[in-house]
Design a protein around this ligand. Structure first.
Ligand SMILES: NC(=O)c1ccc[n+]([C@@H]2O[C@H](COP(=O)([O-])OP(=O)(O)OC[C@H]3O[C@@H](n4cnc5c(N)ncnc54)[C@H](OP(=O)(O)O)[C@@H]3O)[C@@H](O)[C@H]2O)c1
Length: 269
């Protein structure tokens, strides 16, 4: 089943379970911020399920080249594209370059993101706007380059990487929390607008994941995070990638507008 259609009523339950379809063969994905951390794990995971995968990078394009090579070693097509997601005109240039090599992007993972943490009292307008530009306007700019082509083809998957901070707030993270909450609201709105066009739009809200981003968290704060996480450890990037792979797969055809918590039990709703 590679459409959002209802599973055939002729299948009984056992047959339906047997044909559970994780395969992304024949699909092409674009992962923003695929050069490292969670984005790298997502790109590799989608490729291992059979997708060709384009990735974007900004300051870490030498790492993106390594990810691209790993994907090609799996027998899939891959290429990496440099851009500053905060600049809409740069995103449009990247999208034109991607479309020349990969004419149909079926799966879009909006993953690129940054933090610029500071207590609200000390947060500058620059810090506020910088995080909003990458983490929220960036999702808008990339999505609008690809979503209508998905709708025209009648099949698409968009997975936006939000955060537990967008659900619960975060001390010293007014900018990041507002951007990630905005990503959730954007996800639900796009899900409504594109549900009848074969495009599902979902978000993942990770808790704390072991990447460069959390390496910057002071030790005392990290101790508190671990104490508040029932599973008692950070997530590995591949544990976020597994959730993205599920939502990208034909199996998730009836899930849209959902926010999937992958947080070790830190926030239960
Ligand atoms: N780590 C966590 O605990 C955690 C928790 C919840 C949500 N998240 C979210 O997960 C996503 C990935 O985070 P991560 O932990 O993997 O962080 P990371 O290791 O710092 O990776 C961030 C990625 O975003 C890209 N990026 C940053 N600024 C960019 C820009 N201006 N233009 C284009 N790309 C840009 C980076 O590209 P370059 O490396 O090429 O510069 C990199 O690939 C983010 O959206 C983050 O908010 C992370």
């Amino acid at each position: 089943m590679h459409t959002n259609e209802i599973p055939s009523p002729e299948l009984n339950n056992t047959e339906f379970v047997r044909m559970m379809d994780w395969s992304l063969h024949g699909k092409t994905a674009l992962v923003t911020g695929g050069s490292r951390g969670i984005g790298r794990a997502i790109a590799l995971s989608l490729a291992s399920l059979g997708a060709d995968v384009a990735i974007t990078c900004y300051t870490g394009c030498k790492f993106a080249t390594d990810v691209q090579a790993e994907i090609q070693d799996m027998g899939r097509r891959s290429a990496s594209y440099s851009h500053d997601i905060a600049k809409p005109e740069d995103v449009e240039r990247m999208a034109r370059e991607v479309s020349m090599a990969f004419p149909s992007i079926d799966i879009l993972v909006n993953n690129a993101g940054i933090t610029r943490d500071r207590s609200f009292k000390k947060m500058t307008l620059d810090m506020w706007q910088g995080v909003l530009a990458v983490n929220l306007t960036g999702v808008f700019s990339v999505t609008r380059c690809f979503i209508d082509a998905m709708a025209d083809r009648g099949w698409g998957r968009i997975v936006n990487i939000s955060s537990i901070i967008g659900e619960a707030g975060g001390f010293g993270q007014a900018n990041y929390a507002a951007a990630k909450a905005g990503v959730i609201a954007l996800t639900k709105t796009l899900a409504l607008e594109y549900a009848r066009k074969g495009v599902t739009v979902n978000a993942i809200a990770p808790g704390f994941v072991s990447t460069r981003m959390t390496a910057e968290v002071p030790e005392r704060a990290m101790q508190s995070v671990l104490e508040r996480t029932p599973i008692g450890r950070l997530a590995e990037p591949r544990e976020i990638a597994a959730a993205v792979s599920f939502l990208s797969s034909p199996l998730a055809s009836y899930i849209t507008g959902h926010v999937l918590d992958v947080n070790g039990g830190m926030l239960m709703r």
